[in-house]
Design a protein around this ligand. Structure first.
Ligand code: ADP
Ligand code: MG
Length: 255
């Protein structure tokens, strides 16, 4: 398959996420086949590929929203096993943003942002609110702090969801098609927020078909098909000289 495994410079302490030969089945159906992937600290990886190719499943394995059956996954030096403590440790460092925002509808934006810091980390209400406001400013919706999700546009809801994740001070952020549910005119504001986060040095794995974003932000683009990583390359190379015919076919459909 010609896959070149990427090793970030500097050795193992610079590795944030590592998959070694990971297989996953849903029942009798194998959906991930021998996934090898290394994400360095501060690295930005964009994952693309056809619907059903295993993109969501792969990134959901990183915070154990999905369980793998074979191989090893290590996140910030902690191997994901069935040990609940290791899962909790890993989850503390991993923020995730979904396609459908997943804000709590009965809580204000501010309450959405302070919930986990207060009840998971034991931060005081005052400190949690100060932190939340800082991140709401960073995603440019401080004026929406006391609004409910339904009172916000989709783009504002998604930026609130990003702020909520950041309040837990994650070491890595996962994005699963964060702009696919948005009206086209709202996509830009969310991508800009993500680009700003990338600029600030966050480690990011983003499933997205926004290829402009991939060109601008990604260190590496990964193409998946049928549960396998088919190709991985820096964006310039990925878009101008895709090696695999399946990658070329996919790109010709979306570009
Ligand atoms: P993608 O995100 O690339 O569209 P997914 O990771 O969602 O792909 O899905 C990969 C494969 O796993 C698909 O065949 C899908 O139908 C299957 N799948 C995903 N989630 C489940 C589930 N909870 N139970 C059974 N099959 C699933
Ligand atoms: Mg998906």
């Amino acid at each position: 398959m010609g896959q070149i495994e990427h090793q970030p410079p500097g050795g193992r302490h610079d590795i944030c996420v590592e998959f070694n030969n990971v297989d996953k089945w849903f029942g009798a159906v194998q959906v991930l086949h021998g996934i090898n992937l290394t994400v360095g600290k501060g690295e930005k990886v964009v994952v693309c590929g056809p619907s059903g190719s295993g993109k969501s499943t792969m990134i959901r394995c990183i915070n154990h929203l999905e369980r793998h059956q074979k191989g090893r996954i290590t996140v910030n030096g902690i191997e994901l096993t069935e040990n609940k403590r290791s899962i909790d440790r890993v989850r503390q460092d991993v923020g995730m943003v979904f396609q459908n925002f997943n804000l709590y509808p009965h809580l204000t934006v501010l309450e959405n942002c302070t919930l986990a810091p207060r009840w998971v980390k034991g931060v005081s209400r005052k400190d949690a609110e100060a932190l939340a406001l800082r991140y709401l400013e960073r995603v440019r919706i401080p004026d929406k702090a006391h609004f409910y999700p339904s009172q916000l546009s989709g783009g504002q809801q998604q930026r609130a969801a990003i702020a909520r994740s950041l309040c837990m001070n994650p070491k890595i952020m996962l994005f699963d098609e964060p702009t696919s549910a948005l009206d086209p005119e709202l996509v830009r504001e969310v991508l800009d927020t993500m680009a700003q986060l990338a600029n600030d040095g966050m480690t990011m794995v983003c499933v997205t078909h926004e290829m402009g974003f991939a060109r601008q932000v990604a260190d590496r683009v990964i193409f998946m098909d049928a549960g396998r990583i088919v190709e991985t390359a820096p964006p310039d190379e990925f878009f101008s000289h895709p090696r695999e015919s399946r990658t070329r076919a996919f790109l010709s459909q979306i570009l």
